[in-house]
Design a protein around this ligand. Sequence first.
Ligand code: C2E
Ligand code: MG
Ligand code: MG
Ligand code: MG
Length: 310
Amino acid sequence: RSKNAGRDTYRFFTAEMNERAIEKLDQENALRLALDRHEFVLYYQPKMELSGRGRITGVEALIRWNRPGYGFVAPLEFISVLEQTGLINRVGAWVIHSACKQIAEWRRSGVGEIPVSVNVSGRQFSQGNLNRDVIRATQENNVEPELLEFELQTERALRENSIGSDMLELELTESSLMAHAKRTIDTLRRLKAIGIRISIDDFGTGYSSLAYLKRFPVDVLKIDRSFIADVTTNPADAAIATAIIGMAHSLNVKVVAEGVETLEQLDFLRVRGCDEIQGYYLAQPLPAIEISKLFLRDNKLLQPVTTSIL
Ligand code: C2E
Ligand code: MG
Ligand code: MG
Ligand code: MG
């Protein structure tokens, strides 16, 4: 009888937990181990100048999770979990360190001086106040609180790899800037003061006011790809893209269009003075070795490349 009761209790709980919840727990547990098991990989997507010869100006680091039994998992499926659990601080630090190591490696092996942009989650910025999540992450992951300090992490990554700060750019979304506006501005000012470039990612999708934009020490605006997809056929998207380019230039800010997939989109953006493009038309995110080949092969004159895992 008591054995049966036990089994019933067990079944009661499994019935209560739906499959999604179990999956989410599994994923969370797997993510806690992923860093130590070296399951994260950085891919790199080139950016190209629209003036002159179409020089590659740099690459953006994009994380992938090579999860055993699942294959490569896209960041949109796990970044928010990293944020919710506080794991983003450790993983974010790993991303910055890996990107800096890669810059050093490309330089050492003669591939070239390739600037890298790194995506930064808003949560990585809010750790200045050691909130409960950060304290928990500190204890669970056995990291000194100091290591969680974003600025120190970044400076250390540069120093340990002898990388100039002009080789690193940080991409933040509008919403993460807005969420912690006051503290974020201070942090950005200090990062900019040491020479790191700041870029606003997915621009146009959040609700940053133009007044805020004026106060942020921003170097680059990246037009979100949702405005680029139909830019040659939808008059509203065309107007938005054109307005962003004009506004950015009048504020002395560079403009990058993301998600460019066709020559027609590229031409539209070139005519309107957009500075750089990024997107499948040029290249998908690629492993570091493919970036090396690209630079060594055609002296930075790029043919569209299409090999990706995502
Ligand atoms: P994002 O920073 O806006 O990156 C651009 C995303 O668009 C990438 O997706 C890229 O693969 C994809 N993409 C690039 N060109 C095209 C195109 O022509 N067409 C289409 N349809 N898509 C294109 P991915 O790699 O899946 O990354 C998604 C998002 O995850 C990123 O958006 C970024 O917000 C976040 N993310 C990626 N890596 C990191 C990281 O290391 N740390 C943090 N905090 N977030 C990251
Ligand atoms: Mg980005
Ligand atoms: Mg983007
Ligand atoms: Mg985007």
